[in-house]
Structures are given as structure tokens and as C-alpha cells.
Write a protein that binds this ligand. Structure first.
Ligand SMILES: *[C@@H]1O[C@H](CO)[C@@H](O)[C@H](O)[C@H]1NC(C)=O
Ligand SMILES: *[C@@H]1O[C@H](CO)[C@@H](O)[C@H](O)[C@H]1NC(C)=O
Ligand SMILES: *[C@@H]1O[C@H](CO)[C@@H](O)[C@H](O)[C@H]1NC(C)=O
Ligand SMILES: *[C@@H]1O[C@H](CO)[C@@H](O)[C@H](O)[C@H]1NC(C)=O
Ligand SMILES: *[C@@H]1O[C@H](CO)[C@@H](O)[C@H](O)[C@H]1NC(C)=O
Ligand SMILES: *[C@@H]1O[C@H](CO)[C@@H](O)[C@H](O)[C@H]1NC(C)=O
Ligand SMILES: *[C@@H]1O[C@H](CO)[C@@H](O)[C@H](O)[C@H]1NC(C)=O
Length: 312
């Protein structure tokens, strides 16, 4: 009897989880999940938006200085709205600063490699706490008081982990279509760096899995499940975000429920296209309806193409 009631609970959780997956697949037709056709230049130009987002978020929240304070002339555009120094423990602050500085190097490496001209135009960024809080509205979770990403380390890690994850996922998807040996090498090098950075932040989250996210009673493990649900729903292309503790069917080789590093059936990284990433960062589920952290959309010809072709 005990076994039966146990498996029923498990089944219920699984059904709830799978129904979100299926809903995501029904809303967005499958062609919206194919890799985006783009030139090498367009791909790097798009990636620069994500590098700028990560560099500004990490630098401004760790030491209160942005890209222009560190490397003048590399980027040009409106100052980010609402960035503030986060209340981080030293270990986290040091890593966030380090990884933010690295992103500035990556932007410079792209400028040196490609024919793209600096200063790169900077998209308007909206880094206010209330923007990050909106992600929870997507799954109708009301947090009181509203989620403040800058309030403490446990809260900030949720924003930090995605900045690296999107870069890793984007590069994993575009590497095969990058033309030129040196260009492909650069894309692979950046992907390796961001994969490592993502792993560090997931590991910091995993260490805290059973700790609460102040001021709530929910644990870091619980909130990781919620943010994964948000990412999967907005992205609209199935499960590409996972919690820290998962059903066996999502664990490596179906043999483990620990899940520090989410990955597919063969434990290879999930890929996300530019469209999928914009759907999430715009918080609209629509790559041509800007909002969220990019209230005026992003820079570059690929985004202009999406607008012209009304790709959502
Ligand atoms: C954190 O770093 C600050 C500034 O470097 C230092 O004053 C403080 O003692 C450090 N705190 C801990 C707990 O190490
Ligand atoms: C959230 O609420 C809206 C409006 O009631 C509903 O349409 C939507 O399906 C809900 N989303 C989830 C994930 O429950
Ligand atoms: C969290 O709690 C679970 C269940 O008690 C335990 O198995 C796991 O090791 C804990 N995780 C951490 C990182 O402490
Ligand atoms: C996260 O969700 C999975 C189901 O997908 C569940 O098995 C797990 O217990 C949840 N973890 C936490 C910490 O809420
Ligand atoms: C939150 O996570 C804890 C383990 O850390 C788990 O026992 C609990 O069921 C989870 N709550 C929800 C609502 O998922
Ligand atoms: C794990 O289970 C899934 C179904 O849940 C299946 O598609 C996959 O092939 C299994 N993987 C392994 C390595 O057994
Ligand atoms: C996406 O947003 C654009 C611009 O607001 C709109 O024209 C289009 O209909 C939306 N697509 C979907 C599928 O909602």
C-alpha cells in the first residue's frame, strides 16, 4: 500500500510536469523551434546583445561599474535602467565580477575577429528588480513581497545563472553554421567559457538547494523548479531548463535525481535559438514583442529580420 500511494504522488508530479511540456509544444508550432538561419556576422552580432546584458548585469551588481568604466569605446548606447549593487556574499561577488569582466574580453574578441565595427551599439537594458519579478507572473506565482533579485545572494543567483546559460545555449546551437576556422574556434571558446560559468553558478545554487530564499519560506531548490518552468513556457520549445532535483527520467542515464547540470538524453547541452532566447528575455513569449530586460528590443540585422518576417 505504501508503495502504491508513493508512486501515485510521483505520477501526479510527473503528469503536472509533462502537461507544461505539452502545452508549450502546442502553443508554438514546431517550425518555431528550428535553428535560425543566419550568417556568421549576424550570429555574432546577435550574441553581442547577450554578452552586453551579461557584462552589465554582472559588473553593475557586483561592483557598481559598467562596461564603459572598464573598457571605454567598446560599446555605445543608453545607460541601463535600474541596475544596483546586489547584497552578495564575497565568494559570489568575486565570481560575478570575474565572469562579468570576462564578458568584456569576449566582446572585444568578437570585435577583433569579425568585421563588426566598435563601438557596438548597446540595446536599452532594464535591470530593475520589478522586471525580474515579472518572470514569476508567467506561471501565476504571486510572491509577497515581490521578488527582489538584488536583496541577497540566493535571489541574485537566479538572474546570474541565466545570463551564462543563454550564451552557452546560443553558441551550442550556432557553432555548426559558423563559417571560417578562426570564427568557429572563437565561438567554441566562448561556449566553453560560458558552460564553465554556468556550471559554477549552478553549483552555487546546488550548495544552497535546501536553504530558503529570504524573505520566503521556499527553498532554492523550489525556486529553481519555478524558474525552469518559466523558461520552458516562454521559450516554447519543450524542456530546456530543469530543476536541481528531477524525476529519474530527466536525470543522467535515467539513474539519478540530482541534476546540477541540465542536459538532454545523452547528457549533451540543450540548444536555444535567438528566437527562443528573445521570447524569454522579453518575458512576452514572442520574439518580436519586446519587453522585460530589453524594453526596446535588441540591436543587429538578425532582429530586424525577425521583425520584417514577423517571426514570433
Ligand atoms: C568581504 O569583503 C570585504 C571587502 O573586501 C571585507 O571588508 C569583508 O571583511 C569580507 N567579508 C568576509 C566575510 O570575508
Ligand atoms: C495563468 O493565468 C492565466 C489567466 O488566468 C491563464 O490563462 C494561464 O493559463 C495561467 N498560466 C499557468 C501556467 O497556469
Ligand atoms: C538537501 O536535502 C536532501 C534531503 O534531506 C538531501 O538529500 C540533500 O543532500 C540536501 N542537499 C544539500 C545540498 O544539502
Ligand atoms: C522539483 O520538481 C520535481 C518534479 O519535476 C520534483 O520531483 C522535485 O521534488 C522538485 N524539487 C523541489 C526542491 O521542489
Ligand atoms: C520544496 O522543496 C522541499 C525540499 O527542499 C520539498 O520538500 C518541498 O516539497 C518543496 N515544495 C514544493 C512546493 O515543491
Ligand atoms: C530515459 O528515459 C526516457 C523516457 O523517459 C527515454 O526516452 C530514454 O531513452 C532513456 N534513456 C536511457 C539512457 O535509458
Ligand atoms: C508577436 O508580437 C507582434 C508584435 O506585437 C505581433 O504583431 C504578433 O501578432 C505576435 N505574435 C503572436 C503569435 O502573438
Amino acid at each position: 500500500m505504501a508503495t502504491r500511494s508513493c508512486s501515485c504522488v510521483f505520477l501526479l508530479v510527473l503528469v503536472a510536469f509533462q502537461s507544461t511540456m505539452m502545452k508549450a509544444n502546442i502553443i508554438i508550432p514546431s517550425f518555431q523551434c528550428r535553428p535560425v538561419l543566419a550568417s556568421t556576422r549576424e550570429n555574432f552580432e546577435f550574441a553581442v546583445n547577450l554578452h552586453i546584458y551579461k557584462a552589465q548585469l554582472f559588473m553593475l551588481s557586483s561592483i557598481g561599474r559598467g562596461i564603459n568604466d572598464i573598457s571605454p569605446g567598446l560599446v555605445e548606447g543608453p545607460a541601463p535602467i535600474g541596475a544596483t549593487v546586489a547584497n552578495l556574499d564575497n565568494r559570489t561577488r568575486n565570481f560575478v565580477e570575474e565572469s562579468g569582466l570576462a564578458s568584456i574580453g569576449h566582446i572585444r574578441a568578437i570585435a577583433d575577429m569579425t568585421v563588426l565595427k566598435t563601438p557596438f551599439p548597446m540595446p536599452q537594458l532594464d535591470l530593475r528588480a520589478q522586471v525580474f519579478a515579472k518572470f514569476f507572473d508567467v506561471i501565476n506565482v504571486t510572491l509577497k513581497p515581490p521578488f527582489n533579485v538584488y536583496a541577497n545572494t540566493n535571489s541574485f543567483l537566479f538572474a546570474a545563472v541565466y545570463a551564462s546559460y543563454f550564451l552557452e545555449q546560443l553558441y551550442a546551437g550556432i557553432i555548426p553554421s559558423i563559417i571560417g576556422n578562426r570564427e568557429r574556434e572563437l565561438a567554441a571558446e566562448i561556449a566553453l567559457y560560458e558552460g564553465a560559468s554556468y556550471g559554477v553558478i549552478r553549483s552555487l545554487l546546488n550548495d544552497r538547494a535546501n536553504l530558503t530564499v529570504p524573505p520566503y519560506t521556499a527553498t532554492v531548490g523550489n525556486v529553481t523548479n519555478l524558474t525552469a518552468q518559466v523558461g520552458n513556457q516562454l521559450g516554447g520549445c519543450g524542456v530546456k531548463d530543469e530543476g536541481l532535483i528531477v524525476p529519474l527520467s530527466l536525470g543522467a542515464e535515467n539513474r539519478t535525481t540530482t541534476n546540477v547540470i541540465p542536459a538532454d538524453d545523452n547528457s549533451l547541452p540543450y540548444k536555444r535559438s535567438a528566437l527562443e532566447i528573445l521570447r524569454i528575455l522579453f518575458i512576452s513569449g514572442n520574439a518580436t514583442r519586446p519587453g522585460g530586460v530589453f524594453p526596446r528590443g535588441v540591436e543587429g540585422t538578425l532582429y530586424q529580420l525577425f521583425l520584417a518576417l514577423k517571426q514570433s
